[in-house]
Design a protein around this ligand. Structure first.
Ligand code: F6R
Length: 366
């Protein structure tokens, strides 16, 4: 059942080239300019004219929501708010009939997310669901939606569900952007071609497994970790930190790299591993300065960089090279080494990676 892998989590990490492909299947074919999602088509006018999109989710799904905020605002120019479902539902939120509320949930059973959409529904908002489990409670409670088609995710730590969510959300942002005319035709084409190459590039990221295992051995006894990223890689930093804490029980914090100087920089000393996602994108130069700030305080830098980069490698203790892609799609690649890092560290620490203590696969209580 684990397909020869030692754990479900590892199997699911390695399934990602396929699960990402499955999440695009039938929805996008770059060479024939086919880009379509049936759940969106029904509500196309609503999406095109939406004044605001509110995303509600928890945990890893909330991180996918943060990526979607950047994607939708970039491509479709519609304001997006990303909310923890548990906070949203209890704070008397302002919701109108012109709002679209997008619920993201792997299991489709998360109690807070379900309650958040029931609340939004009662205020007249249109509810769109992005779920992995077919026929789940959230999928049934929404007006429309798109399944992620990642296949069953058994490991408690979410991996392939995250990349499938991001893929579907990228497609949605591209579709709305193209209908609204805010995403140029040539840019859209480039994105479609690029998205099609992602499964093969994820495959290349998975080849880093042995190298990441070696890095894991060096840091398995650390008591704290910091993860830094900016722009599209900021949610990836949060996700990397969450993966590490939930399965290895090492305390980890994810931060937008520039926020570091407003507090967390005080934590950095020669004991502190700092994972920096520093791929070549519009915030690259800024991240270089953030890495220098870490070096100046003797922090250990583990950097995820774009293949061929020479600047960051000259400043880092360990370098993980991943393929180049559009910055909008980079989370689909940059998260892979972080999933592997947390997996190997947890295994080396003797943790039960598939069923970490205190955690359940679906959180059906608030
Ligand atoms: C992280 C993790 C949790 C879930 C969260 C939401 O690895 O598994 O943080 O992401 O409980 O679950 P879903 O997506 O099922 O609503």
């Amino acid at each position: 059942e684990k397909g020869g892998y030692e754990h479900f989590m590892l199997k699911e990490i390695f399934e990602q080239p396929r699960s990402i492909l499955d999440s695009m299947r039938g929805r996008m074919i770059a060479e024939s300019d086919h880009l379509m999602m049936s759940g969106i088509r029904e509500y196309e006018n609503k999406f095109v004219n939406a004044k605001r999109i509110i995303i509600v989710a928890c945990g890893t799904s909330w991180h996918a929501g943060l990526v979607a905020e950047y994607l939708i605002e970039d491509f479709a120019r519609i304001p997006v708010e990303v909310e923890y479902a548990s906070e949203f539902r209890y704070r008397n939120p302002i919701i109108t009939e012109d709002d679209i509320v997008v619920a993201i949930s792997q299991s489709g059973e998360t109690a807070d997310t379900l309650a958040a959409i029931e609340l939004a529904k009662s205020k007249g908002a249109t509810i769109f669901g992005i779920c992995n489990v077919v026929g789940s409670s959230i999928a049934r409670a929404t007006d429309a939606g798109a399944y992620t088609h990642a296949g069953p995710e058994i490991g408690v730590a979410s991996t392939k569900a995250f990349t499938a969510q991001v893929t579907v959300l990228a497609l949605i942002a591209m579709i709305i952007g193209s209908k609204r005319g805010t995403l140029e035709e040539t840019k859209l084409r480039q994105l479609m071609v690029e998205l099609e190459t992602i499964p093969a590039k994820v495959e290349k990221c998975l080849l880093l497994d042995d190298q990441i295992k070696e890095i894991s051995a060096k840091y398995k006894d650390a008591t704290n970790f910091i993860y830094l990223g900016r722009g599209y890689n900021y949610p990836v930093a949060l996700e990397g930190a969450l993966k590490l804490k939930e399965i290895s029980y090492i305390h980890a914090e994810g931060y937008p790299a520039a926020e570091m100087k407003h507090g967390p920089i005080a934590l950095i000393d020669e004991q502190m591993p700092v994972v920096v996602i520093a791929t070549k994108d519009s915030s690259y130069e800024k991240v270089v300065s953030n890495v220098q700030e870490v070096r100046a305080r003797k922090g250990k830098v583990i950097a995820v960089v774009t293949e061929g980069d020479t600047t960051i490698p000259s400043m880092a203790d360990y370098v993980i090279e991943i393929p180049e892609t559009s910055e909008h799609l980079m989370p689909l690649l940059s998260v892979i080494p972080l999933q592997l890092l947390s997996y190997h560290i947890a295994v080396m620490r003797g943790c039960n990676v598939d069923q970490p203590r205190n955690l359940a696969k679906s959180v059906t209580v608030e």
